[in-house]
Design a binder for this molecule. Structure first.
Ligand code: FAD
Length: 462
């Protein structure tokens, strides 16, 4: 019943037990949340292994199963909610050696799960003039498998929506954690059993993804005297279905001026900005759209030539840019549902003032345009943070709480029965990323009920 016994059974594999390295590979960006920082800071695994092929992966899972050792899978570890952190110790399984493109056709690609998104996009552009439909703002580091198992949406969601929407993942191969691990191919609605399941019910080894046409994207920043001016502009731009676009992000004053080193100094005092990505043939639509919303263009450059691409000022990179100079802030993740999202945004701006700054991403979601908020919150206490969340929800803006590490509390606040049922078949001993699926540990789990989890911690200090 020890990790050492698993390692002894598989001596030829690339194991690491150096405590500093294992601890580093046991972490993600959980520290964006002061709540998770308090809860998870001492969590670590006991050994790290990076399987190089399916045979090695199968051997690790079978040996860990025989010894009842937890296995927590990770890609690049850029998740935000302690998703890839081994709450109960055991083995950290890094998938980055699964990095091959398996085949490419116009419109579809199949690749191994550990491939970096940036490498996959570079391959697609060369091979078929294509790119992934959308990617997280961590494209330069994140893996494909980590995006599917831990992410949701990103740059390109202006056009294609979120991963959960039909057609945005086409197929995947997943390995189970049993005495004799099986490899299953999931397609169609079955994909949702594993999509955004944090690696709790199988290890994804391959993914088949739809491919969009690649453009030489142009980054454009437009300044507006008010947040609502920028929001209305981004909303109108997102509704232009004939325009090839990839980003419609709104960052409120004074965040760009204070925290965006690359171009923030160009933004007039008190102005909020809309950050957009447009394909070159469609740039001609911008002057009249900008003028009609009272904006001023302050930056235009090819995305590839930018010192810091505009997408690294959007989605959760907005939070990162702010955290670089102000460690006292944290953030929320919110849906402003259509059709009244603009009214709701105006109401919440008045309600919270500069305690909650409304960073917004306009997206096409469920067939219509709405806004996701990744608001920057001036953190005071955990009680006030909980109150801010409650006030959003009471006003009709559901929060996908980034201050919790369980799937249910962070998501729709309900048990995903398909994912739970699949875990019963694919991980009968509950050894995959334990502690993240609340309903597995507590069949009576209800929204808001705290989970009693024994954390595997050390007092190691770097
Ligand atoms: P990891 O963090 O390593 O893993 C994420 C989850 O997936 C974990 O639960 C892990 O156990 C599981 N997992 C990893 N690989 C596998 C596998 N092969 N099989 C099964 N489970 C697996 N997310 C977005 O959706 N959109 C954004 O725009 C976005 N922006 C971000 C910006 C910043 C600055 C940061 C820090 C995070 C952001 N994220 C965003 C979150 C995260 O970066 C992405 O979801 C990213 O795609 C995760 O990839 P990763 O390889 O780092 O996964």
């Amino acid at each position: 019943m020890t990790v050492a016994a698993v390692m002894e059974a598989l001596p030829g594999l690339p194991w690491t037990t150096d405590p500093a390295l294992v601890r580093q590979k046991s972490r993600d960006f959980f520290w964006y949340s002061p709540v998770l920082k308090r809860q998870l800071n001492k969590v670590t695994g006991e050994a790290l292994v990076t399987p190089r092929n399916e045979a090695e992966l199968r051997a690790i899972l079978a040996a860990a199963y025989a010894q009842d050792i937890p296995v927590t899978v990770r890609g690049a570890g850029t998740g935000n909610y302690g998703q890839a952190m081994p709450l109960r110790g055991g083995i950290v399984l890094e998938m980055t050696a699964f990095d091959r493109v398996l085949w490419t056709k116009p419109g579809v690609v199949r690749a191994e799960a550990g491939i970096k998104l940036i490498d996959l996009d570079a391959h697609l552009k060369r091979a078929v003039g294509g790119e992934l439909r959308f990617h997280p703002s961590t494209k330069r580091t994140a893996t494909l498998g980590g995006f599917i198992a831990g992410g949701s949406s990103g740059i390109g969601s202006t056009t294609y929506g979120i991963l959960r929407e039909p057609g945005n993942i086409l197929g995947l191969k997943v390995m189970t954690m049993e005495a004799e691990p099986r490899v299953l191919e999931l397609r169609g609605p079955d994909l949702q059993k594993v999509n955004h399941a944090y690696g709790t019910n199988g290890i994804i080894t391959e993914l088949e993804m739809p491919v969009a046409p690649a453009w030489d994207w142009v980054d454009v920043v437009v300044a507006f005297p008010t947040l609502m001016g920028a929001a209305r502009f981004a909303d109108s731009f997102c509704r232009m279905d004939g325009v090839a676009k990839k980003l419609a992000c709104v960052v409120p004053a004074p965040l760009p001026q204070q925290h965006f080193r690359a171009w923030g100094a160009k933004v007039p005092a008190g102005h909020s900005v809309a950050c957009i990505m447009v394909a070159p043939p469609f740039l001609d639509i911008l002057p009249s759209l900008i003028t009609s919303h009272g904006g001023t263009e302050i930056l235009r450059e090819p995305s590839d030539a930018a010192e810091v691409p505009l997408y690294e000022h959007s989605w959760n990179h907005t939070t990162l840019q702010v955290l670089k100079t102000d460690k006292s802030i944290t953030y929320l993740q919110t849906l402003f549902p259509a059709p009244n999202h603009l009214e709701l945004i105006a109401k919440l701006e008045k309600m919270f003032g500069d305690e909650v700054l409304l960073h917004l991403e306009f997206v096409r979601f469920g067939g219509t345009v709405c806004a996701f908020g990744l608001q920057i919150v001036r953190f005071t206490t955990e009680e006030r943070l909980a109150e801010i969340i409650r006030l959003h929800e009471e006003n009709g803006a559901p929060i996908f709480n980034p201050h919790t590490y369980t799937l249910e509390d962070g998501g729709m606040k309900r048990v995903d029965q398909d994912q739970l049922d699949f875990k019963r078949q694919a991980d009968p001993k509950g050894l995959l990323n334990p502690g993240k699926m609340a309903a597995w540990d507590d069949p009576d789990w209800k929204p808001g009920k705290q989970q009693a989890v024994h954390l595997y911690e050390t007092d190691y200090e770097a």
